[in-house]
Design a protein around this ligand. Sequence first.
Ligand code: ADP
Length: 498
Amino acid sequence: MREKVLAALDQGTTSSRTVIFSLKGEVLAVASVPFEQIYPQPGYVEHRPGDILESQLRSLREAVLLSDTDVRDIAAIGISNQRETTLLWDRETGECAHNALVWQCRRTAPEIEALTAAGHTRMIREKTGLVPDAYFSGTKLKWLLDKLQLRPAAREGRLCFGTVDTFLAWNLCTGRPHVTDATNASRTMLFNIHTQEWDETLLNLMDIPRAVLPEVINTSGFVGMLDPKILGRPIPVMALAGDQHAALFGQGCYREGAMKNTYGTGCFMLMNTGGVPVMNDSGLLTTMAWRLAGQPVYALEGSVFMGGAVIQWLRDELNLLASADESEALAASVASTGGVYMVPAHTGLGAPWWDMYSRGLLIGLTRGTNRRHIIRAALEAIAYQSHDLMKAMIQESGKTPEALRVDGGASVNGFLMQFQADLINLPVIRPKTTETTALGAALLAGLAAGCYRSVEDLTALQETDLVFTPRMQQDRVQALLKDWQRAVERSLGWIEKE
Ligand code: ADP
């Protein structure tokens, strides 16, 4: 008998990817198709709906060809996606009313200001777990309904709103299911994470007709059958999950207290907090980890704005590096930063500092400082910021992780990973597969398709590349953290509030 496989569609911000996995979680093929980013004016970011769909289909067909898989052997498909990006289309024709408003798009900042000025921050935070922000889908959908004057059509049920998971399910499956999973719903700022339902008060506040919203389903479960026109056969689509949530699952963070950090342009850290949504005042988002068989599992989420981006900045703006890869050897070639600290608050600081008015700084410079010290300080800053996030998560949740699981482009940097382990005084585990998001989507689908008996079965699939164990003296760590903290304090509130 031939081996069954799982396919993950990973619809990202800059490219659509498909990864074919064996049931053991090995990568058999990857295909990636980039697509155009549209910037109609400063701060605005859009994607063409057709580009999202076509690039995704192309990557699917390419990956299937590359893997040499017989389509009949694809047991199930899982979808992971860029979160919060908002689409609106005609229920009859499928035609989109507008380009997709991408999560990064700041055009609804005025709507957010109006909501916060009217004193709704606390209520929104309590119901949705989110800090009100233009990232989330709610105000984006409101903007579309307002600007295109589509509220009457929405009220009459002639329109469908969707995040990217919804859009793909609707377009790729027979019968056009209008669904989203609980993780994607939790990023709309319209979903009550406690009741697991669209929230009437929030819908009224943003004047969103209920008829436009998708049905919220489990993260792992039947979504629909892939239209046989696409690959020649129907294949069950069995999972939908936002990318960070899929990565948490793909990293095997099934237990309470388990956590992962993705070191990309920014860093995204998530901690599984089990059945309890941890509400907090540290500026951490309370979100879904996933929902399996109707059981919500919650997570805390925080992000570092300048993660790998700080290395890009050293390379592209300061010309201190020829490539990001070089940073590891250069940082390791000096014994320390020589007292130099970099606070990469170039765009403000996120949790637990939450200061939009801070700006980047480099402090502790002496005549002996050279580029190696600065490069090292930049890498260390990524780890310090992640340490601060982790500490806030541990304090708020009262849970103690056994390790930090890592992925993303900058996690290849051994110096950074070792320094991270030293700071958090816990092992840092880097898995063999770098495809953790896609793996999560595939495993969630495989679980629903009966390829695995239970989540416990999946634990055995986690393969480790390297474990970085803490080796720095704790008093040295404490001294470094103290100086880092002093440097951060100097960067706070640097620019004048308007
Ligand atoms: P994204 O998904 O956000 O585009 P990736 O996961 O592809 O990001 O990671 C890219 C980021 O990782 C870039 O910001 C880059 O500067 C950083 N990066 C890549 N390689 C290294 C390295 N060896 N050391 C440090 N940073 C790196």
